[in-house]
Design a protein. Structure first.
Length: 158
């Protein structure tokens, strides 16, 4: 006599994971190409003023940023609450601007130097005297292409 055995149910079949590495690398490549890294860490608060007539900068790689605003909370005990200047990742005073512009020029190619733009990103509450001092220092080093960074609004308010 032969013995008949019941076939056991094998459960669910295994999930096919052969395309999983392709999907992971495709996502990784997507995020690597679309993500932009912040070049500088802000150590001052900057709430940009609103404007109606704005124009975007063409080549952001040719822009040197000067941030002006109140220091963030962890630096207020050392630098106070008045408008301070940030060049790259460090606090600076007006006299450091000329060295900053010269170092920016040295890091560029010769043909890019006339195209360099200095962007002033100032907080709305910063006193105009600080901005005027920055502009005077920029004039001394012949950095005459100045951009004031703002936030665009829809219509002009009166």
């Amino acid at each position: 006599m032969s013995k008949f055995r019941k076939k056991k149910s094998g459960g669910l079949p295994a999930i096919n994971t052969s395309s999983l590495p392709d999907i992971v690398f495709m996502l990784l490549f997507f995020f690597m190409t679309t993500t932009t890294m912040r070049e500088q860490e802000l150590v001052v608060k900057v709430r940009q003023p609103k404007a109606t007539e704005v124009k975007k900068l063409e080549k952001k790689s040719l822009v040197s940023n000067i941030y002006v605003g109140q220091p963030i909370r962890k630096y207020q005990s050392k630098y106070g609450t008045e408008g301070t200047i940030q060049l790259n990742d460090f606090f600076a005073n007006v006299n450091d601007i000329s060295d900053f512009i010269f170092s920016e020029r040295e890091s560029r190619k010769e043909e890019e130097i006339p195209l360099l733009t200095t962007s002033i990103k100032a907080d709305v509450d910063v006193k105009m005297g600080v901005i005027t001092d920055i502009k005077q220092e920029l004039r001394k080093v012949q950095a005459l292409k100045i951009n004031y960074s703002t936030v665009e609004t829809g219509e002009m308010e009166f």
